[in-house]
Design a protein around this ligand. Structure first.
Ligand SMILES: [Fe+2]
Ligand SMILES: [Fe+2]
Length: 211
């Protein structure tokens, strides 16, 4: 296996961050679940859905950062491949959310660099704490993401099949990611960590809806 120096790793991390944050820099490997589906929305509805999709997009930026931070510090000898597979599926989610935002004539959140930085640090710290915590952190994140996706699916206007198709597929993937992390030995995180994660995720959902 090739050995990477610290500088190589820093450049790689910076490259991953830029790819996650610059619109259009990530391409999906799977086709968009909304392909061939029609939805027409009023201006009011479109504005609300754009807010929801902006939150989901920020959530996917966090997922990218979490997996990147984890890959930097965690050992994950037996499950690295599974985690890399999950990270690739997260790129699909990011690209699909971005596509939908563009269709709704809207933009990703300006706060994404902040969420990326926080999630990267949390992922890297969890990796240092040990693989079972790192995997526990993935499982808890995916559980929380799935909860807010389910809430957003409920909030979509009935005729917005395009957004629904995307969010339903994402939710299915997130639950799979959670189970993979748990099966690989992820442990429940201490309550204060869960509460802090919940608080950050609430702050993110409340602000990214608007900016
Ligand atoms: Fe995702
Ligand atoms: Fe996920």
């Amino acid at each position: 296996m090739r050995h990477y120096s610290t500088i190589d790793r820093c450049i790689q991390s910076l490259d991953q961050a830029v790819r996650s944050l610059v619109p259009g820099a990530t391409t999906a490997q799977r086709s968009n679940p909304a392909q061939g589906v029609e939805s027409s929305l009023s201006i009011r509805e479109a504005r609300h859905v754009a807010g929801l999709m902006r939150v989901n997009h920020s959530g996917e930026v966090c997922a990218q950062a979490l997996y990147h931070g984890q890959a930097l510090t965690a050992k994950l000898p037996n499950v690295r491949r599974e985690m890399e597979h999950a990270a690739i599926e997260e790129q699909d989610h990011l690209a699909w959310c971005e596509d939908r935002l563009k269709e709704l004539d809207s933009l990703p959140s300006l706060l994404n660099p902040v969420w990326y930085g926080l999630s990267f640090a949390m992922g890297a710290i969890a990796g240092v704490a040990g693989d079972k915590y790192s995997l526990g952190f993935v499982a808890e994140t995916e559980r929380q993401v799935s909860l807010h996706l389910e809430d957003h699916i409920e909030q979509l206007p009935e005729q917005d099949e395009r957004s629904r198709k995307i969010l339903v597929q994402m939710n299915e993937d997130e639950l799979k990611h959670r189970d993979t992390a748990l099966d690989a030995g992820g442990v429940d995180l201490p309550k204060p960590v869960q509460i802090t994660m919940n608080a950050i995720s609430k702050l993110m959902t409340k602000t990214s809806y608007y900016i």
